[in-house]
Design a binder for this molecule. Structure first.
Ligand code: CUA
Length: 350
């Protein structure tokens, strides 16, 4: 008896610490800033808003149940507590009450039924939504451990950083995503844009997002997919229609060819790098690793594992395993000056 009381106290304490910690970890973001992954209470895209409404309903229902149960419990604990001079006998024991049993069977069934209907309707609303015909089409392919991104209508290929236009209420510009996997099951998740959608080999899953504010939204693979699952991050850069058009144009422009990078480029073309990476306009046409044609237009490298700075890029080319242990890009055993040359060329890819 004493032990279970102590256990409940421990559990209660853990709950308080967790709750308070969570409140302090509450992320804050303004317009144009990095939008943190964890802020599920600030949906900024149509599917996320619909999901948020359902979770709010569930939260309110659960809060009401909690208040009723905790209130009755507190009342009983206080009112019927042991007092000095009690005779120490058990109170009368009552077995079986049809009214009570009916009540606690029927009421929960009704609550669950309502929540189920609302959830099913919302899922149907999101899945059957008719998108405008000019919705942006993007194909995303999950890889261990990075995201390949195609814009079939523009012939643009990139990785890990998805650029999409913002959608105004009066002139909608949603983005339709086609999700595929090259290897194992991944899950595409940008909390403020929409719910999770699994990315499954040999199957194309579809989802859509419609962000209402510009800025960079952070996401992550949400299905354990191997060693570097945690570093399979995703950025969604939501831009004004003009900025987005500019970005597309910059991605389509022919690869620059200048004297600074030529030695590094020739070296790159002679190493096994070309088996995995593609650089448009060169003989490098690999598809196992990210397309590097516009590498320097990305904020991060290694699927968000490091910022795209000259130092990190150098460390990555020298030995990717130091930044992302277990990743499928091997240490190419390059000499220092070879690393310098290749990095100098990579830095011209903008
Ligand atoms: Cu991909 Cu986890």
């Amino acid at each position: 008896m004493k032990k279970s009381w102590r256990q409940s106290l421990l559990l209660f304490r853990a709950a308080v610490i967790f709750g308070v910690g969570w409140l302090f970890a509450w992320p804050v973001a303004g317009a144009g800033e990095l939008r943190p992954v964890a802020n599920i209470f600030k949906p900024l895209s149509t599917p996320a808003e619909l999901g948020f409404e359902v979770s709010l309903l569930a939260l309110i229902v659960c809060a009401a149940i909690f208040i009723v149960v905790a209130g009755l419990l507190t009342y009983a604990i206080v009112k019927f507590r042991a007092r000095p001079g009690d005779d120490g006998k058990e109170p009368p024991q009552i077995y079986g009450s049809n009214q009570l049993e009916m009540a606690w069977t029927v009421i929960p069934i009704l609550i669950v039924f309502v929540l189920m209907l609302v959830t099913a309707r919302t899922i149907a609303d999101v899945q059957n939504a008719k998108l405008p015909t000019d919705a942006l089409k993007v194909r995303v392919v999950g890889h261990q451990w990075w995201w390949e991104i195609h814009y079939p209508d523009f012939g643009v290929v990139t990785a890990n950083e998805l650029h999409i236009p913002v959608s105004a209420r009066e002139q909608r510009r949603p983005t339709a995503l086609n999700l595929e996997s090259a290897d194992v099951i991944h899950s595409f998740w940008v909390p403020q844009l929409a719910g999770k959608t699994d990315v499954i080999p040999n199957r194309a899953n579809a989802m859509w997002v419609e962000p209402h504010a510009t800025g960079t939204y952070l996401g992550n693979c949400a299905e354990y997919c191997g060693t570097q699952h945690a570093k399979m991050m995703l950025r969604v850069v939501v831009e004004s229609p003009e900025e987005f058009a500019k970005w597309i144009a910059s991605q389509k422009a022919p690869a620059p060819d200048n004297a600074t990078g030529r030695a590094g480029r020739d070296l790159f073309m002679k190493t096994a790098c070309v088996n995995c990476h593609r650089v448009a306009g060169t003989t490098a046409a690999g598809v196992f690793g990210p397309d590097l044609t516009r590498l320097m237009t990305r904020e991060t490298i290694a699927a968000g594992a490091a910022p795209n700075t000259p130092e990190k890029l150098r460390a990555w080319v020298k030995d990717p395993q130091t930044i992302k242990p277990g990743c499928l890009m091997p240490d190419m055993q390059l000499r220092e000056e070879e690393v310098t040359q290749i990095v100098a060329w990579l830095m011209t890819l903008k």
